[in-house]
Structures are given as C-alpha cells and as structure tokens.
Design a protein. Structure first.
Length: 423
C-alpha cells in the first residue's frame, strides 16, 4: 500500500503553516525589541535587559513546559499560548503608543511573558506532530519543521529590522497579525488525537529521573562535556555580538536594511554549513571539526573587532553561522553514535540546558559591557574571550585519548560506564 504524503495531511499542514507564520512574527518582534528600547531610553544596558527577558524563559520554563506537553491536551495548550501571546503583544503596542513613563519595566515583563507562552507552545506543538502524522510521515514532517525554523530565523531578522525602519511599531503590529493567523489555523486542527500520554517522572521541584540520567551520562562523556561547555560559552559571546551590531548600527545611523542583512548573515551561513556538514563529518572526526570551529570563530570575532564596516562584519557573521552549523551537526552525530539508545532523548535534552541557558546571560552582559567600554573595546574583549576559549578547547581536546572520538564515530556506541552496547 502506497504511503500517504505528509503534504496531504491536513492537520499537519495547518500546524506547519501556522507555526511558520508565528515564528516569523515573533522573531521579527524579538529582534526589534532592543532597537525600540535603544530608541526610547538610549541605554545599551536597558536593551540588554530586554534581550535577557526575552531569552530567560528558555531556561526557566523548559522543564514545566515539557511536562505540560506530555500531561495536557496539546491543542488546548497551544490555543491558550496563542491567545496569551496575542494579548501580551497587544498590551505592549498599546503601552508604547500611550508613551507611559514606566515603559522599560513594562516591556521587560511583557517580553518575558510572551517568551513563556512561546516555549510552552513550541514544546506542545512538537509533541503534537506525533499525534497528527503517521509513523512513515514523521521523518519528512520533522525535516520540514527543521527547515522552517532555520528559514524563519533567517527571514525574521531581516524582516524585523526592515519593518522597524519603515515604522517603529510595524514589527509589533506584524506580530499581532501572525498570532491571529496562527490562531485561525490552529482552530481548524482536529484536537481529539492530542490527548496527554502518561510519562514517568515527577511534577514538582525535582526533575524527572530521565533528566538526571541524561545529565549524569553527559558529564561522564569527556568530548560531549567539553563541547557542551564551549557551546554555552560561545552562545553567550554571539548574543553579546548581536547586541553590539544593533548598538553600533544605531550610533552610526546606518540604514535599517543594512543591519537586517548583516544579522541575516548567520542564517545564510547556517544553511550553507548544514548543506556541507554530512560530507565533512564523513571525512573528519568530530574532535577535529570542533577544533577547527573554535579557531574559525576566533578569526571571525577578530574581523568584527578590527573594523566597523558592515560588509566585513556581515562576512564574519556569515562565517559564524556556517561554522556553527557544521560543528553542531558533527557534535550531534557524535552524540547519537556515542549515546546508548535508551538514553538518547534524555542526553539530547540535557545537552541543550547549558547552551540555551547561556543565551539570556549573553544579552544581559552585552548591555553592561557596551555601556562601560564602548563598541570598539567591547568587540576586542569578545575577540579576546574567543581566543581564550579556542586555546582552552584545543588543550582539553588534545588531552583526550587519541582514539576517543574516532572509536565512538566508527563503531557501534557503548555506554562508557557499563560497557553495554546499544542498538
């Protein structure tokens, strides 16, 4: 019997189209928040706090949102999140139009609230894919979602900045429209198949046993422990650099479309890096690729510090995205091959805690650095930090057993503690 194409799955297509619209609107608004804050306050520190507030939910609500996705009806959760996001965005626009004196604390609170709704929605929707697609459709469905995420990040940075240049509040009105479209498409999805599934673990202050197992296994795997720490540190650094670009463009009075193209560079680089990643990963070990990534990033950070010309910085930012995608795929393949099958989901979830947790801290740190040191000095500080990370990573990777990464990539994976071979 011929399998039905996922393109003919009505519920999936409605979810996919609604998610794409929501991602484009939300991410466009997110990139415009620090621009708006700089215009209203003139303070890089205030812009850093707004950036911090938008990314903080990725740390604080990941676990409860994950548990909610497995214990509540997914469609109902998504509907509540879309409605909550719509109201939050509407309140933000209204306060801005009224020109209230307490604008900054209101923006911080509202951006944080919208971020919480966003995290709950995303995790519930990823769980809902299992509900609405058949097993043979899942590889294609997940690939479409992955491609959509990268494309939305790429487009939204450029679109958000350009819309802001046309009219200050236009990205936020576009965000309101995206919520309305996503709510409409979601209302047309059959929610009867999105009921909760009982999962082991406790709902409370203690993390589920699976999360603890994933963290423990990750800590005992040297290569993954080292790369996880360095991914977290570099994510913090790149978040600082994004705010640096925004402040620099504002002070230099660059056209907003120039900033949009610059910020979109990492997305283009990511697509190129992902396209060649499988071929490169088949020719070089994950350790060698990651070492190359560290020094490639150092070169890119140095180029950003050496000049404020947007074309040079755009090329460097393109390199950051391309190298990031290449190294991310290489380390991800290593993790899949090295991790015992029963622990793969737990380890994958645990491996995202530190890299994702560093993102809001980077935005907050950048504001204070830019206010205290200025743009040029901050750029050189970031380049110096990247150099230290490259040296540290190279030394730590060299101290590992020469066959450590190669054996995990070329042989069936084993649990390094128990010696049990996974399938």
């Amino acid at each position: 019997m011929k399998a039905v194409s996922v393109w003919r799955n009505r519920d999936f297509m409605l979810l996919w189209l609604g998610n794409g619209t929501s991602l484009l609107g939300t991410n466009s608004a997110r990139i415009a928040y620090p621009l708006l804050t700089l215009a209203e306050t003139g303070s890089p520190v205030a812009a850093g706090w707004v950036t911090f507030a938008g990314a903080l939910p990725n740390i604080l609500v990941q676990l409860p949102a994950w548990l909610n996705a497995d214990t509540r009806n997914r469609r109902r959760t998504m509907a509540v999140c879309q409605a909550g996001g719509l109201v939050t965005a509407a309140v933000l626009v209204t306060l801005g139009m009224l020109d209230v004196s307490w604008f900054l604390p209101a923006v911080i609170a509202l951006v944080f609230t919208e971020g919480c709704f966003f995290v709950y929605f995303q995790l519930a929707e990823m769980a809902a894919i299992r509900d609405v697609v058949q097993e043979d459709q899942r590889p294609t469905a997940l690939s479409l979602y992955e491609a959509q995420t990268h494309a939305a990040v790429l487009l939204s940075r450029a679109v958000g900045v350009v819309l802001y240049g046309v009219m200050r509040w236009l990205p936020f009105f576009a965000n309101l429209g995206s919520y309305a479209v996503a709510t409409l498409t979601l209302s047309m999805v059959d929610g009867r198949r999105m009921n909760p599934v009982d999962q082991p673990g406790t709902v409370g202050s203690q993390p589920p046993r699976g999360v603890r197992q994933g963290l423990t296994w990750l800590w005992h795997e040297p290569f993954l422990r080292i790369t996880n720490f360095l991914f977290g540190a570099t994510n913090m650094l790149w978040q600082c650099m994004i705010l640096l670009f925004i402040v620099s463009a504002t002070q230099d009075r660059q056209p907003t479309w120039v900033l949009g193209l610059l910020l979109a560079g990492s997305g283009v680089g990511g697509l190129v890096g992902a396209a060649v990643a499988s071929r490169v990963s088949g020719s070089f070990s994950a350790r060698r690729i990651f070492a190359f990534a560290l020094w490639g990033w150092t070169l890119c950070a140095t180029a950003v510090a050496a000049t404020r010309h947007p074309a040079v910085q755009g090329v460097a930012w393109f390199g950051v995205g391309g190298i990031g995608a290449l190294s991310g795929v290489a380390v991800g393949l290593y993790r899949v091959n090295a991790t015992p099958s029963p622990l793969l989901g737990q380890v994958s979830g645990a491996s995202g805690i530190l890299p994702n947790g560093a993102i809001p801290l980077g935005g907050l740190l950048a504001g204070y650095l830019l206010a205290a040191l200025g743009i040029t000095t901050t750029a050189w500080v970031l380049a110096g930090v990247m150099l230290v990370l490259a040296v540290t990573g190279t030394v730590l990777l060299a101290a590992m057993s020469p066959s450590r990464t190669r054996s995990s990539e070329e042989e069936p994976s084993k649990d390094p503690r128990s010696g049990a071979q996974s399938r």
